[in-house]
Design a protein around this ligand. Structure first.
Ligand code: ADP
Ligand code: MG
Length: 284
């Protein structure tokens, strides 16, 4: 499949200034980051607070551009200002707080807002709105007020709003951080469907390890660097290394790891309850 995102040596610094404009400090938020994502991939980015995840997400969307190094999205260099709009349309962003992303007072109007803003013809807007709302399981709520929806439903409306722009990729920056477990599940299933059925490339930034087990690839960040990358099973086989970096593993992986420490002969990198159960049955 095609290379969709290619980042090489991407470095970015935030410069903090005092009220007089003097430089107070420099924060290296991205430090020589390389990233390769193929079209149709589902990528997860993990890392502690302040490790540079959001800064990287903003680079993929061309909200920020590298100070050194370069980043290509769908064949376009984010440094080239002529491509900025096209890149933003290609790679839509979903943020943490659904309340900050919903503008209109009726769901379908909210989803149609983006396409309307870029001059999509009315008929086409309605086609897109219907399709987008169906794709996240929210069509039934099209005449509702977003205020009345649960967090998970609001976040799915926000995703539909991005889908209505016909992106090839969606970048979700901790989209489930403010949701309850049911909302998290709803949003994650919707995102997985978009990836599987519509072939949308997904970049999911999350604190919840469980949300990453279906990803094609996980990138772990620390202090602006990608410190680990691999398939979920590879990453979560490295429990001690993750713990050294103050990162957790999925609960089931942790349990299996502890059972292994206490002498049970289990493989590394167990990711689901079902896998653990079948491994335990094999032992007895
Ligand atoms: P994450 O999303 O992983 O929490 P961020 O990309 O938000 O990490 O931040 C990376 C680093 O850059 C942190 O040290 C953070 O304090 C700093 N940073 C982020 N945004 C700004 C900003 N607008 N101004 C100055 N420093 C910032
Ligand atoms: Mg962040």
């Amino acid at each position: 499949m095609d290379q969709f995102i290619k980042a090489r040596n991407v470095t970015f610094e935030y410069i903090r200034r005092d009220d007089d404009g003097n430089v107070e400090g420099i924060e290296t938020a991205l430090d020589k980051v390389d990233l390769d994502v193929k079209a149709g991939d589902f990528i997860a980015i993990l890392g502690a607070n302040g490790s540079g995840k959001s800064t990287l997400a903003k680079h993929i969307n061309a909200l920020l551009t590298p100070e050194s190094g370069y980043l290509i999205v769908d064949g376009k260099d984010t440094h080239n200002k002529d491509h900025t709009l096209a890149i933003r349309q290609t790679a839509g962003m979903v943020f943490q707080n659904p309340d900050n992303q919903i503008i209109a007072s009726i769901v379908e109007e909210d989803v149609g807002f983006g396409p309307e803003n870029i001059g999509v013809p009315t008929d086409e807007i309605w086609t897109r709105v219907e399709k987008s709302l169906r794709s996240v399981g929210m069509y039934h709520y099209r005449h509702h007020s977003p205020n009345r929806l649960s967090g998970g439903q609001k976040q799915r409306v926000a995703i539909a709003g991005v889908m209505a722009m016909k992106p090839k990729c969606i970048i979700l920056d901790e989209p489930t951080a403010m949701l309850d477990p049911i909302g998290r599940q709803e949003v994650l299933s919707a995102v997985r469907e978009l990836n599987k059925k519509n072939g949308i490339t997904v970049i999911l930034i999350t604190h919840y390890m469980e949300e990453t087990i279906h990803a094609n690839r996980i990138f772990v960040m620390e202090s602006g660097k990608v410190i680990m990358q691999g398939k979920p099973r590879e990453i979560f086989s490295r429990v001690e290394e993750l713990k050294d970096h103050h990162l957790a593993v999925p609960q089931v992986t942790e349990l299996a790891w502890e059972l292994k420490q206490s002498g049970l002969s289990l493989p590394d990198g167990i990711l689901t309850k079902e896998e653990l159960i079948s491994e335990l049955c094999r032992l007895s």
